[in-house]
Design a protein. Structure first.
Length: 121
């Protein structure tokens, strides 16, 4: 997708950068990060592209290493409960996105690719 510099793109970029920082730097996200690292031990970068707070769990949609989507359910009240993790291919995930969702994912892909190229040099 070609970027046009729209406000929507910029808003998604800011939101995704903040989610990335929060995921890797804030203590309250340590449990989520640990679950991610247990499933993706070689993970280099990740962006939270969706979060749904349910009554007893939080559901996160996370874009990992510019290639895969992980849907992770974390129990809010019982930290010893095993997390539910569903791995979805990027192609499969893209098929069900709205136009706005496609823009958000395109920005996440761009940010991830920049992270990965930076970490390789």
């Amino acid at each position: 997708m070609k970027f046009i510099g729209s406000k929507t793109e910029q808003d998604f970029r800011n939101q995704l950068i903040n989610s990335h920082k929060a995921l890797f730097q804030e203590r309250e996200n340590q449990r989520l990060l640990n679950v991610m690292r247990s499933y993706f031990p070689d993970m280099k970068t990740a962006y939270i592209i969706g979060w749904t707070p349910e009554q007893s769990e939080d559901i996160y949609v996370i874009f990992i290493d510019a290639k895969v989507i992980a849907v992770i359910e974390l129990d809010r009240y019982n930290v010893s409960t095993q997390s539910v993790v569903e791995i979805i291919s990027l192609e499969q995930y893209m098929r069900k996105l709205s136009r706005i969702g496609q823009i958000q994912l395109a920005v996440a892909i761009d940010l991830s690719q920049k992270d990965l190229s930076f970490k390789l040099t």
